[in-house]
Design a binder for this molecule. Structure first.
Ligand SMILES: [Zn+2]
Length: 109
């Protein structure tokens, strides 16, 4: 049986091998600000109680301290290929960014 290429209804890869928190792999809401974002791995570090004690710029447990976003074609945890039609792969695929919000939180006040 042949399977035609399809834009999967899947927009999130829920991997059994992800760590308990901090990692997500999805096709939407990229911080790389693409019109049509390809699959991207996002690693987020959320503030814990002890982070709040050490860094007074942080306000609440669960606040994002930093996040890193990287465009990927496969899940780096289980190796599964992520469905993407050829036209959906940007020419400069593979972009990445790192966003540090620990200082920004203090300036928000
Ligand atoms: Zn996976």
């Amino acid at each position: 049986m042949e399977h035609p290429p399809q834009r999967s209804a899947e927009t999130k890869h829920e991997c059994p091998q992800f760590p308990a928190t901090g990692v997500s792999l999805s096709l939407t809401h990229s911080k790389l600000l693409r019109e049509r974002p390809p699959w991207h791995l996002e690693i987020q570090r959320e503030a814990t109680e002890s982070d709040l004690e050490e860094n007074h710029q942080l306000e609440a447990v669960g606040d994002t301290i930093w996040s890193t976003v990287l465009e990927v074609s496969h899940c780096p945890y289980c190796g599964q290929g992520l469905p993407l039609l050829p036209g959906e792969r940007p020419a400069d695929f593979g972009r990445f960014t790192h966003i540090d919000t620990s200082g920004w939180l203090s300036r928000r006040v």
